[in-house]
Design a protein around this ligand. Structure first.
Ligand SMILES: Cc1cc2nc3c(=O)[nH]c(=O)nc-3n(C[C@H](O)[C@H](O)[C@H](O)COP(=O)(O)OP(=O)(O)OC[C@H]3O[C@@H](n4cnc5c(N)ncnc54)[C@H](O)[C@@H]3O)c2cc1C
Length: 479
């Protein structure tokens, strides 16, 4: 019987798995998709919020501020890009200014440092690109950006290095209470665990209901985005929000840690918890709002669009509780869930400790993981040394992002292993540039097929039936 089984391999389940893998515990992480970081963690704004939004006294506020303080160190340990670029919430009217004053007061109560209201003149020094009709802003110098899926992938890899086991393609369908724990079913596959932790994102209410806990529901609120070419990454330095509404923090304009420009998200409550399509109306509203906040956004430089689903819980706060012995909910983790994720991990570990789970530090376990992006940041001399040892690092596969064959092979061979094109993309950035894989995806398919020992027709874009090739058109085995 496993000591702890975590359901859901997003950033929350992933960082929790890493935290628990530091102790003398057997840890299993199960995920319904064919890869990790496939839920909200894959598609969000990537902002480490300073912590002025959440209502004072709430778990969201507590864990946001703590998580934001922990994030830089966490990202460093896991070799994940992080940048403290600061954030601003812009206002266009006296009414907005009053709202910003409220956010400032709330932020001060939450313990956020360095907050200030800026007039237009002061604001221009912080963010020269702000829109012509912006009159004031709340400035949060501790706001930051990070790569969310990198964080989850690296945390899960770290947990696996420490001995945790990952089961993908494991949609939990039933949970049965047994003597001393739970039996967790996915089709024919069954795992037993003393403790089960529900980190299943938008489906967390369904998992809780499997043990008879119907005390909350979770619904999906879709957010659509546009991602602009790296050429546009310098349009603004800070993350530029507008004054929030009851539907959320509104549309933002932000550089990403990789140098692109991100616009979005919309906020639309939807019934289908799997519906991540983008819509012309949604993207048009993103462009409209973004252009009011920041000047000179070259809309024609959009290279892709995508949508993510916020897991909005019925209580209005994060739902972190234990409705029955040995079963824990970590549910309703909508924004600022990414920012809070390192703090959620330690908070839940403390809950387990309080409930009698023995947490003895494991000899040799580590919080640290080598960066997957090290090659990109090396000096020419260092790169030459790597290429001398492994010539596959001399072959550029993705021209847009400058990703080498050596990096792709290393990603395919490293836990948690990618099994499709999008998995390689999230780990290496190959196919993430201007041409969106038009040039490099055939080579990535060949590398995946070779490494996995499958025919190239069997490689998918993103698991399931997302096949991309039906047969060869050239070469000896062409049909
Ligand atoms: C549009 C949008 C913008 C956001 N912006 C920000 C931001 O800027 N800053 C911030 O701090 N937060 C932000 N968030 C919130 C943040 O993305 C989430 O809080 C965070 O990613 C939640 O992580 P998670 O691991 O709980 O959930 P997820 O990443 O959704 O992971 C849950 C996992 O559980 C799996 N799962 C579900 N059901 C089952 C099952 N039956 N069996 C097995 N596995 C299952 C899913 O496949 C999924 O992989 C945003 C969210 C969205 C959608």
């Amino acid at each position: 019987m496993t000591d702890v089984l975590i359901i859901g391999a997003g950033v929350v389940g992933g960082l929790l798995a890493r935290e628990l893998s530091l102790y003398e515990l057997s840890v299993a992480l199960v995920e319904k998709e064919d890869d990790v970081a496939m839920g909200a963690t894959r598609a969000n704004s990537a902002i480490v919020h300073a912590g002025f939004d959440a209502k004072e006294g709430s778990l969201k506020a507590l864990l946001n501020v703590k998580g934001s303080e922990m994030m830089e160190q966490t990202a460093k340990e896991l070799g994940v890009p992080y940048k403290r670029n600061g954030s601003i919430v812009v206002g266009f009217s006296e009414e907005d200014r009053a709202h910003l004053e409220e956010l400032l007061a709330r932020g001060v109560k939450n313990g956020v440092k360095g907050l200030a209201i800026l007039d237009r003149e002061e604001l221009l020094k912080v963010e020269p690109g702000i829109g012509d009709t912006v009159t004031c802003a709340l400035y949060a110098p501790t706001g930051a950006i990070v790569c969310p899926y990198d964080l989850a992938i690296s945390a899960i890899g770290c947990a696996m290095d420490n001995g945790a086991e990952l089961y993908v393609d494991f949609p939990v369908e039933r949970i049965e209470a047994i003597d001393g724990g739970y039996r967790v079913y996915s089709g024919e596959r069954v795992l037993e665990a003393r403790t089960v932790i529900n980190c299943a994102g938008v489906y967390a209410d369904k998992i809780a209901a499997m043990v008879g806990d119907e005390s909350f529901t979770v619904f999906a609120r879709r957010g659509e985005y546009m991602l602009l070419d790296k050429e546009c990454g310098g349009v603004c330095r800070t993350t530029v929000f507008r004054t929030p509404t009851k539907m959320g923090k509104g549309i933002l304009v932000s550089p990403t840690v990789d140098g692109n420009l991100l616009l979005g998200p919309t906020a639309e409550n939807i019934d289908d918890k799997g519906d991540t399509k983008t819509t012309p109306a949604g993207l048009a509203s993103v462009a409209r709002s973004a252009n009011e906040q920041v000047k000179g956004i070259p809309g024609g430089k959009s290279i892709t669009s995508f949508a993510g689903l916020r897991a909005v819980g019925s209580t209005g706060d994060f739902i972190i509780n234990s409705p029955r012995a040995g079963f824990y909910n970590v549910a309703g983790i909508e924004s600022p869930g990414l920012s809070a994720s390192p703090a959620i991990a330690t908070y839940v570990a403390d809950m387990l400790r309080r409930d009698g789970v023995t947490l003895t530090p494991k000899a040799g376990a580590t919080r640290v993981r080598e960066s997957m992006h090290a090659f990109r940041h090396m000096t020419v001399e260092q790169k030459n040394e790597v290429i001398r040892r492994d010539p596959s690092y001399a072959k550029i596969v993705c021209r847009c992002e400058g990703v080498t064959e050596g990096e792709i092979l290393a990603a395919i061979r490293t836990n948690p292993r990618p099994r499709d094109l999008d998995g390689v993309k999230r780990r290496t950035r190959a196919q993430m540039g201007r041409c969106q894989g038009g040039f490099c995806s055939p080579t990535v398919v060949e590398l995946l097929a070779r490494e996995m020992g499958v025919p190239f027709e069997a490689v998918t874009k993103s698991g399931g039936g997302s096949y991309i090739n039906v047969g060869r058109t050239k070469g000896a085995d062409a049909q």
